[in-house]
Every structure is written in C-alpha cells, then in structure tokens.
Design a protein around this ligand. Structure first.
Ligand SMILES: C[S@@+](CC[C@H](N)C(=O)[O-])C[C@H]1O[C@@H](n2cnc3c(N)ncnc32)[C@H](O)[C@@H]1O
Length: 293
C-alpha cells in the first residue's frame, strides 16, 4: 500500500512538473487537469480561504495545487534542505506567491535605493511577501508583524531559509490594539507601512489602525494597502461580492472596505490617498502618503 502510494506520489510529482512547464495531460482525470476549469475553481477557493484568514496550506494541501505539491515535497524530503532550517514551518500561500511581484513593482517606485529606510508590514501572513521585498530592495530594513503565532514562526522560517539580512524577526502586533501597544514601535519610525489583504478582516480596529499608521509614518512616508476594495459603495466583479458576503457571514464587522471610507479615515490621520492602481485578480493598490509637518 505504502509503495503504491509512493508510486502515485512520484507520478503526481512528474505530472505536476510537466504541467508546470506548460504541458497538458489528457486522460489523467480531474486531479491532474491543472490548467483546466478545476484549477480555476481551486484557485478561486484558495483566494476565498486566504481572504477569510484560513490557514490555507498548512497541512491539507489540495492535491491539484502545484504550489501545494512543492510544499509537500519540501516537507517529505527534509534531508534535501539544511538541517538547521524549518521548512515544515514555512506556510505557503499560492495567492502571495502570485501577487508578490506585482506589489513589488508598485512598491519599488517609492524606494530610493541610495538611502536606507525602515519598512513595517502589518499582518505579514506567511512571510513570503516580506522576504521577496527584502531581496529586491536591500536598502530597506523590513519589520514583519503578525497576530498569529504559526504565522510568526513561518516568517522566521522564511528569514532563515532565504538568509535575508535586512528582515527583522517578526513582532507580535495585533492591529486592533492601540498603536502605542504595537510592540514598542516609536512615533515616526517608518518610511513604509505595507498592508496586504488585511483591511477587510479588521473590524472595530480599522480606525485605530489608521491612527497607528499616521503616528508611525515619518512625514512624507508611504502606506501601501493591497487587496479587493469597494468603490463608491459598489463591489465588482461577482467573485468579490461573494467574497464580501462570505467575510460578513464569518464576522459581520468584516467585509471589503470602501475606498472613500479609507480616504476619509486617512484624512483624519494626516494621511492623503495619493494613488489608486488597478491590480490583477480584481484587486487594487492604494498609496497613502503621510503629510509633511
Ligand atoms: C488574509 S491573510 C493575509 C496575509 C498576508 N498579508 C498575505 O497577503 O499573504 C490576513 C492575515 O492577517 C492576520 N491578522 C488577522 N487579524 C489580525 C490582527 N488583528 N492583527 C494583526 N494581524 C492580523 C492573520 O493572522 C493573517 O495572517
């Protein structure tokens, strides 16, 4: 039975590599139809789980996710990695893997690579974003943060595995707490604050979070907020409406935030919504700038 399972896994890994390289597998059934409708459905489900804060890839990796396969392979063959690393703690978000480069492209426009800077990430999740940004933007010292201990461990494991030297160990920050309880960060210490897919999962903490951002950013500093948003009360397209409904079913205070609501919150905290960019998968990047004194 074990041998049969191992043979199946080897076949699946080969199929995954083949399909990942652009191949098509006819006749293998739905498990391997990674480029078909099943994959689209699976990715949409992953997106929703991710948005709802489900630990989407910790152990129950869906069979048809190629990212999932990579995660499983890393954990089944720990000997292939250095013994000191903790690959089993490295959570994988396929969504983060897909969006990290496009977010980086936006962020890079605001980074001056001739001077050092300090960037804080709130709700860092797995740690995939922060190490990616750190590798591409070495003049910035990055400070990830998370409420979830499993995510904090994952971030540390990514720091260790990638050997990045410009990412600090994650801080335990709950954004619903007053900003002066955010792990002792001092007023005006940040050149950048990054928030990815977090705003729709904060309830009464939203006002406090914007107050914290206004307090922690230096004058002229930038807050980049990425995710799906409503515009003038309208949510588009249908998959974002469904996501909004699901979030509210889970917590009536959650849901997609309206850009206008955020603009007003920003204004009351010395921040100005400077730019709104359309991003892939019906998301946006909002760029807020801290007013000069
Ligand atoms: C949808 S996930 C996004 C994670 C990551 N930014 C990404 O895009 O992959 C939301 C994250 O916010 C974290 N989170 C939820 N509530 C939080 C809070 N009150 N304070 C800080 N982080 C929180 C969750 O633990 C989770 O990792």
């Amino acid at each position: 039975m074990k041998t049969l399972w191992q043979a199946l896994l080897r076949a699946a890994a080969a199929a995954d590599a083949f399909v990942s390289n652009g191949g098509r597998l006819a006749g293998f059934g739905s498990v391997f139809s990674l480029r078909g409708k099943r994959k689209e459905r699976l990715e949409l489900a992953e997106w929703r789980w991710c948005q709802m804060g489900v630990k989407w890839c910790s152990r129950n990796v869906p069979l048809s996710s190629s990212e999932g396969w990579r995660y499983q392979k890393a954990n089944r063959n720990p000997g292939r990695r250095e013994q000191s690393l903790s690959p089993e703690k490295m959570l994988v978000s396929p969504m983060a893997e897909r969006n990290k480069e496009t977010i980086l492209e936006v962020l890079a426009d605001y980074v001056d690579d001739t001077r050092s800077a300090f960037g804080l990430e709130l709700g860092s999740g797995t740690g995939q974003h922060v190490v990616h940004f750190a590798q591409a933007l070495p003049t910035v010292i990055w400070q990830p943060s998370e409420i979830s201990p499993a995510s904090q461990q994952s971030i540390s494991a990514y720091i260790q595995a990638t050997k990045v030297t410009n990412v600090r160990e994650p801080l335990a920050i709950d954004v619903t707490q007053p900003w002066d309880q955010w792990a002792g960060l001092s007023q005006g210490c940040c050149d950048f604050i990054i928030i990815i897919n977090l705003l729709h999962m904060t309830d009464q903490g939203l006002e406090g979070m914007f107050k914290g951002i206004g307090q922690l950013l230096k004058p002229g500093g930038i807050c980049l907020a990425y995710g799906p948003f409503a515009v003038n009360g309208i949510i588009l397209p249908e998959c974002n409406v469904q996501l909004d409904n699901m979030l509210q079913a889970r917590n009536p205070e959650w849901g997609l935030r309206d850009v206008e609501e955020l603009r007003q919150l920003a204004n009351t905290n010395a921040l100005r919504l400077e730019r709104m960019l359309e991003m892939p998968e019906y998301t946006k990047c909002l760029i807020f700038r801290r007013r000069e004194l």
